[in-house]
Design a binder for this molecule. Structure first.
Ligand code: SF4
Length: 475
């Protein structure tokens, strides 16, 4: 079981090597031109708001900007490019981001900041267009097309994918290991199968070798990646499935997670393994997309909501203190009010700890794009917006209720991002970490990324927990 009180999963403590810090460099003087990609004379600052999924997205963007030759800096004044990766769920979320955008607009007019990018949930919301004009934003991306940042920063355009195939980087405290590419599904709204082709799985030993190498060079957190990661099958015909590979990796690495899973492939034994293995984070991301069986059929998801609910029951039973997140699309062509109500009911039943809620936007060449072009096909924008907010609020209420149960518990926290903060950063001097149950925690510590600290949870919001002073030195 994933014990989250007092000590957590001790296996993690066996690797004591510090992670290499992100290089910080000074911004060149005003007027100095930025060098070519790879010259590290360009600087970028990423500010993350909201839930742990946003933290994960920021990690993806962090890798893109590094590949493009940017060094990461911690304050707006030092940055050529500022990325605000935003959250929409809180009542005053947009107002809060406006404060940051106002300051960035001023810095841009003074020639100190060159480019501003707005990403995440607010980037996908209806307010984004108005913000873009008002504050001179150079790039607006939603959570579904974060990959477009690659082209913006000068990398070859990445094809659309929900989980970019970014290789793990040796020597870093956390690394992504791609175990499969492509996808054998044909979801109505998704271009992955047409651009990535059918599923191709990496051999077991190949994956395990990479994990060993990463761990040997200091990596303490390995995330297994794939479009449908739980569909992985050993290509050697041995009949080994994802659960077998996960178990092997969990024996090698001190901390393991995986994403993204598909409900049709998720096996009960995988869900049980999460609870049994001390090195697997108790967090499950299982996209449901809709609570309506009718819409699931239109989307070609290949399961009914009942199957999804059963999987969640097994997960909650196996990992009672674990966290559950999902993806939900609202406003898919043909979605009725009744379909929407069924989604709200499923959100209530599953008590998600967080969710990526997408307002449908047509991707060229997909079946759903053709459907939305038909008369009566598209859900009107104002209706989709209302449903979007209703689903977000329902998720937030559930998450807030569940998070409050953590108050008073002493948790072992893995520091994902060390001390950060700019002039307007509320969390100045705090690190962002993750419990073994997969909760995001703000904790006051000077410990760097990749270290463990222990602290008592003192407050809870809908998306993050807030810990007090750390107890004892970091490990
Ligand atoms: S499972 Fe569906 S949404 Fe996921 S990558 Fe495959 S086609 Fe796209």
């Amino acid at each position: 079981m994933n014990s989250t009180t007092n000590g957590g999963k001790d296996a993690a403590k066996s690797v004591a090597k510090d992670a290499a810090p992100i290089p910080l460099i000074r911004k060149p003087a005003a007027g100095t031109s930025a060098g070519p990609p790879g010259s590290a004379s360009k600087t970028a600052c990423i500010r993350t708001f909201g839930c742990q999924m946003n933290v994960h997205d920021s990690d993806r963007m962090r890798r893109m900007i590094r590949d493009a030759g940017y060094a990461e800096v911690q304050s707006y004044e030092e940055a050529d490019l500022v990325i605000l990766n935003t959250c929409y769920v809180r009542e005053n979320a947009v107002d809060r981001v406006r404060g940051h955008l106002g300051e960035l607009n001023r810095l841009k007019r003074e020639g100190r900041v060159k480019k501003i990018a707005l990403t995440g949930c607010i980037g996908a919301a209806s307010e984004a267009q108005q913000l873009e004009k008002q504050y001179g934003i150079d790039l607006v991306l939603g959570t579904h097309n974060t990959y477009e940042l690659a082209e913006f920063v000068g990398l070859p355009g990445m094809e659309e994918t929900y989980t970019p195939e970014l290789p793990g980087t040796e020597g870093e405290h956390s690394a992504f290991v791609t175990i499969m590419t492509g996808c054998n599904y044909k979801c109505s709204y998704c271009v992955v199968p047409s651009v990535r082709g059918r599923m191709v799985c990496r051999p077991t030993e190949n994956v395990v070798e990479e994990v060993r190498r990463l761990v040997g060079s200091g990596t303490r957190y390995v995330t297994l990646l794939g479009q449908t990661v739980d569909a992985w099958r050993a290509p050697d015909g041995s009949g080994k499935r994802f659960c077998d590979l996960l178990e092997r990796v969990a024996d090698e690495a001190p901390r393991v997670w995986f994403t993204t899973s598909h409900p049709s492939n998720m096996e009960d034994r995988t869900l049980r393994l999460i609870g049994e293995k001390d090195t697997i984070v108790g967090r499950l991301h299982l996209p449901v997309q809709s609570g309506s069986d009718r819409m699931l059929k239109v989307m070609h998801r290949g399961y009914k909501s009942e199957r999804y609910r059963r999987k969640i029951e097994v997960f909650r039973e196996s990992v009672p203190d674990g966290t559950l997140s999902t993806d939900i699309i609202v406003g898919h062509p043909g979605e009725t009010e009744r379909d929407h109500e069924e989604t709200l009911r499923l959100v209530e039943d599953c008590s998600f700890d967080s969710a990526y809620v997408f307002k449908f936007s047509p991707r060229r060449g997909t079946e759903a794009a053709a459907l939305s072009a038909e008369p009566e096909g598209a859900v009107p924008e104002d209706v989709a917006q209302r449903r979007f907010v209703e689903v977000l609020r329902a998720v937030e209420q559930n998450a807030f209720r569940r998070n409050r149960r953590k108050i008073g518990l002493v948790e072992e926290i893995y520091v994902r991002h060390g001390r950060s903060g700019g002039p307007n950063e509320e969390s100045l001097g705090k690190a962002v970490g993750e419990t073994w149950s997969g909760h995001a925690v703000h904790v006051r510590t000077g410990a760097g990324a990749g270290r463990y600290v222990t602290a008592k949870i003192e407050e809870a919001g809908p998306h993050v927990l807030y810990a007090g002073e750390t107890l004892g030195p970091p490990s």
